[in-house]
Design a protein around this ligand. Structure first.
Ligand code: SF4
Length: 378
C-alpha cells in the first residue's frame, strides 16, 4: 500500500507538523477571538476487543449495540458547523466490525476529504491490516495507544477488565499484529501517532517505549498523564513531581527528529514552582516538541452516534449538553459558554499560549485553585 499519492491530493491544506496542529484550540481562539467548535469527535462504537486497565471510556463498553444515527443526519450536522477543521473517530475500537468501517467510517472520511478538513481515528490496530488499509488513503492521523515494552506488558494491561481471562499466547499474537500493522501503515505513508500515558506502570519506562515507537516508524509520539476517568478512576495517581521527572527523563533520551506532542499536562505558566517553570521553558525551546492545549470544551464536542447525545468530552460524567436530533453542534456549544463547569477553567494567557486546564486535571491536582484569578508568571 502506498497512500502518499492520494494524500498529496489534499487541496491546499498545510502539512501536519509541530507548527500546524489544527486540534489545538489556541489556533481558533486566536483566529475568532473566542472558543468555537472546530472539531467534532464521533463515538462510532462501544464495542472493543480489549479491556485495558486504564480505559477512559471503559464503563461505556458493551458486548452488543443497536443501530447508529442515519449517516445523512450526521453529515448534515457536520455540514452546519461553520468553522469545522477536524473530525476524530473514536470508540470502543472503531475497526471492530469491518461493516462499520466500510459503511459508516469510510463515507465520513470521504466527506472530510471532500470538505478539506483533517481526520483522525483512534484504534488499537490489532485487527486485520486490510481494515486499516481500506481507510488509510482518506485518513490523516491514525492514533494508537502504545504503553508497552513487550507482549507481556500488553497482556498485563490490555485485558484487566475482561469478563474472561485472555491467554498470554492470544495477547502476544495481538501485540505482534499491532506492531506489524503500525510498521506497515507507517511504511505506506500514513501518519501514525502513538500515544503513551504517564502512569504508575509507564513512568520509568517512557524512554524505552519512545524508542520502540520511533523504530515502528511513527510520525509522532504523544504523551499524556493518566487521569482518574472510568476504569482509571481507581488507579493510583502519580504526584506532580513524578510526572515532571518522567517528562524530563523522556526529553533527555528522545530522538529530537521525532515530533513529540504533550497533552493534558498538569503544569501551567501561572504555577510558581521553580522546577515546573524550568520544565515549561524547556518544553517551549526543545526542537520538535509541542504542548497541545486541551480541546475538550474549547474547540471540540463529542457525539454518541447511537443516541445523538453531545458531550464536551467522550469521558465526562456530566449529562449531555444537547442532542443532534434536535440541534446543531454550534448551538449546543453556545450552551457551554456560560456553563458553571466551563467558567471554572475558562482562562487564557496569550503570552504563555495557554487556554486553561482540563477539568479532570483541575479536579485531580488543583481542587482549591481558581484559575480564572491567575496569570502566567513568565
Ligand atoms: S491560561 Fe489559566 S492555566 Fe494557563 S497560565 Fe493562564 S491562568 Fe494559568
Amino acid at each position: 500500500m502506498n497512500i502518499n499519492s492520494i494524500q498529496s491530493l489534499l487541496p491546499g491544506l498545510p502539512e501536519l507538523s509541530p507548527h500546524n496542529d489544527p486540534w489545538d484550540p489556541i489556533g481558533s481562539l486566536r483566529k475568532y477571538g473566542k472558543h468555537v467548535v472546530t472539531s467534532v469527535e464521533l463515538t462510532v462504537t462501544n464495542l472493543c476487543n480489549m479491556r485495558c486497565e486504564h480505559c477512559a471510556v471503559g464503563d461505556s463498553l458493551t458486548m452488543k449495540e443497536g443501530p447508529r444515527l442515519p449517516l445523512p443526519l450526521l453529515l448534515k450536522r457536520l455540514d452546519e458547523v461553520e468553522h469545522l477543521e477536524t473530525i476524530s473517530i473514536t470508540g470502543g475500537e472503531p475497526s471492530y466490525h469491518e461493516k462499520t468501517m466500510k459503511e459508516y467510517i469510510l463515507p465520513i472520511l470521504q466527506y472530510a476529504r471532500d470538505r478539506g478538513i483533517r481526520s483522525q481515528m483512534n484504534s488499537n490496530v490489532t485487527l486485520d491490516l486490510a481494515r486499516y488499509e481500506l481507510i488509510a488513503p482518506f485518513l490523516d492521523v491514525m492514533h494508537i495507544s502504545f504503553n508497552y515494552l513487550h507482549a507481556d506488558d500488553f497482556h498485563q494491561v490490555g485485558f484487566v477488565n475482561s469478563n474472561r481471562p485472555v491467554s498470554r499466547d492470544i495477547a502476544a499474537r495481538m501485540y505482534e499484529r499491532m506492531v506489524e500493522n503500525t510498521v506497515a501503515l507507517s511504511r505506506g505513508g500514513l501518519f501514525v501517532s502513538a500515544e503513551s500515558m504517564i502512569n504508575m506502570r509507564t513512568h520509568e519506562k517512557l524512554a524505552d517505549i519512545h524508542k520502540l515507537i520511533d523504530e515502528m516508524g511513527c510520525k509522532r509520539h504523544e504523551v499524556h498523564p493518566m487521569y482518574p476517568s472510568s476504569f482509571a478512576a481507581h488507579l493510583p495517581l502519580l504526584s506532580l513531581d513524578q510526572i515532571r521527572i518522567a517528562i524530563e527523563r523522556l526529553l533527555d533520551s528522545r530522538n529530537p527528529q521525532l515530533w513529540m506532542l504533550f497533552g493534558t499536562l498538569p503544569f501551567y505558566a501561572c504555577n510558581e514552582g521553580e522546577a515546573e517553570q524550568k520544565l515549561l521553558s524547556r518544553l517551549r525551546s526543545e526542537p520538535n516538541v509541542t504542548v497541545r492545549n486541551d480541546p475538550d470544551g474549547r474547540n471540540r464536542l463529542n457525539v454518541s452516534l447511537f443516541t445523538g447525545d453531545v458531550y464536551v468530552t467522550d469521558f465526562a460524567n456530566e449529562p449531555p449538553l444537547g442532542n443532534v436530533k434536535a440541534d446543531g453542534f454550534d448551538d449546543i456549544f453556545a450552551r457551554w459558554a456560560n456553563h458553571p463547569l466551563n467558567l471554572r477553567v475558562n482562562c487564557f494567557c496569550s503570552e504563555a499560549n495557554c487556554c486553561g486546564p482540563n477539568l479532570l486535571v483541575a479536579d485531580s491536582y488543583y481542587p482549591q485553585v481558581d484559575f480564572t484569578k491567575r496569570q502566567a508568571i513568565r
